[in-house]
Design a protein around this ligand. Structure first.
Ligand code: HEC
Length: 450
């Protein structure tokens, strides 16, 4: 064969190889093609202990829903990942490739072939109501909480006391919602009792409706104070939950929280969205200890609603409009960002945040093109992001108060505003929470993959 013919044949072979590799196989099977995708991208939520309403573990379970699966994966509704992966990327990013999406389509069209099921990858097991494995301590509601179906928001303060055998460190705290249809948010703190300061940490009420009661009266009813009437130390925002939030876990020993052996988790507060029918909730808190003393203590910068920066213009969204708002924060000393959380309610349409460096360069933080109220993750960067002193963090949110927005709580649309930081789901919020450290040399090379 002449050399040029040899080269052409080789070239054609490579092209065919690439085509075959990129094009979904003619007859995909559960064994070879579908199970690996489902186990990697779906089963951690779709299992009997997970947050999704049904399991995707066995051939039968996946086959039964093959049609809906083909639909929701094509629309990129599942797996849920609102952040634009071309703008910035995060730990645990869960996105299907175009090829994987087409495999689901093909599998459906060719009759959901099982393949040789005995050779399929091992079905993953999920033994705990947790994303992180076996919790060291579980604090749960003593009893189910009744939620009246009167279409009103409900707010409670709850106290979950605990006693350990010594002071220790916590590497992760996870809130696991019982009833995901109504749990809207949790902001949780840790009460730290100094040894000998309180005789009975279990004293007082454990749950109080927080509507129209002053904080002081609430604390009285919960018997939060020490025996002598002074207040214990409160570690703020140790747990945050919003719809769809998964727990944040940093590498062992990097950042964490110290806890005293006597303490309590304090929800201040837990918010249930409106429900049209009577229902119940039985949520829980999982705590994961670590023997390693964390090297650094993270803190939060909260922008926008209830935060340190103003929203421009003030957050008022007239009916039948799509309107843009911004909020900015000047950073005075070098910081390292670990995690960010964009937050809006049901009129949210898009969210964009970046940092503008003093030299005019931008550092991308997050872009969400289609805001999804149901998935409000705390996004952890793969490596810490350094923001140099003098930078400005710019946040832009667009809200859609027209009938085109399927989530609009009002028909016809009404004026919706922030109402002094009201957390009701029918009021709006525009908030950006940043978890950060003071910058240290080399931070930008530290991986945050747990
Ligand atoms: C982060 C958790 C999570 C992951 C990961 C996830 N799902 Fe889901 N999925 C859910 C939840 C929660 C619901 C229920 C949503 C609701 O009730 O509105 C759901 C609903 C669904 C539905 C029903 C949709 C409908 O309209 O009836 C399908 C089908 C589905 N998921 C398939 C998948 C597939 C396939 C994957 C992986 C490629 C996946 N999911 C990954 C949490 C998840």
């Amino acid at each position: 064969m002449k050399l040029w013919r040899k080269t052409t044949v080789l070239f054609l072979c490579i092209c065919c190889g690439i085509l075959l590799y990129c094009k979904p196989k003619a007859n995909p099977t559960f064994e070879k093609d579908i199970a690996p995708i489902v186990y990697q991208h779906c089963s951690n939520c779709h299992n009997p202990n997970g947050i999704a309403p049904f399991s995707l573990l066995t051939y039968e379970q996946v086959k039964k829903r093959a049609k809906t699966i083909a639909f929701v994966t094509k629309n990129r509704n599942m797996p849920p990942w609102p952040a634009d992966p071309h703008y910035s990327s995060f730990v645990g990013e869960n996105i299907l490739t175009q090829n994987q999406i087409e495999l689901f389509q093909k599998w459906l069209q060719t009759g959901c072939l099982p393949g040789n099921l005995s050779k399929a990858p091992k079905t993953p097991e999920f033994h705990y109501k947790s994303f992180l494995g076996k919790p060291d301590l579980v604090l749960d509601f003593k009893d189910t909480l009744f939620i009246q179906g009167n279409r009103l928001d409900k707010f409670y303060i709850m106290k979950f006391p605990f006693e350990l055998d010594r002071d220790t460190f916590v590497k992760a705290i996870e809130f696991v919602p019982g009833n995901t249809k109504v749990v809207h948010h949790v902001n949780g703190h840790i009460i730290q009792y100094e040894t000998g300061k309180k005789t009975n940490i279990y004293d007082g009420k454990h749950i109080v409706s927080s509507e129209s009661i002053e904080a002081e009266e609430l604390y009285k009813q919960l018997h939060v104070a020490n025996d002598d009437g002074t207040y214990p130390v409160l570690t703020q925002s140790a747990i945050n939950y919003l719809p769809g939030v998964l727990p944040t876990l940093y590498p062992e020993g990097l950042v964490g929280t110290r806890i005293k052996k006597q303490g309590a988790v304090l929800f201040k507060d837990i918010h249930y969205g409106p429900s049209g029918r009577d229902t119940f909730d039985l949520s829980r808190v999982n705590i994961f200890f670590t023997a390693k003393k964390p090297k650094r203590i993270a803190r939060e910068l909260q922008m926008g609603t209830l935060g340190i920066t103003d929203i421009v213009p003030p957050l008022v969204i007239p009916p039948n409009t799509v309107k843009k708002f911004t909020t900015q924060a000047k950073i005075n000393k070098d910081i390292s960002i670990l995690t960010i959380n964009p937050h809006m309610h049901k009129l949210g349409k898009s969210f964009w945040a970046y940092a503008l460096k003093p030299n005019g360069d931008t550092i991308p933080l997050i872009k969400i093109r289609d805001w999804d109220f149901n998935w409000q993750y705390f996004y952890t960067f793969k490596k810490m992001v350094k923001i140099p002193a003098g930078s400005i963090i710019m946040v832009e949110g667009v809200f859609d108060n027209t009938i085109n927005n399927k989530m609009n709580p009002f028909h016809p649309p009404r004026e919706v505003s922030e109402r002094a930081g009201s957390m009701r789901a029918s009021d709006e919020m525009f908030q950006f929470i940043i978890t950060l450290l003071d910058y240290q040399t080399g931070d930008e090379n530290i991986s945050l993959e747990p």
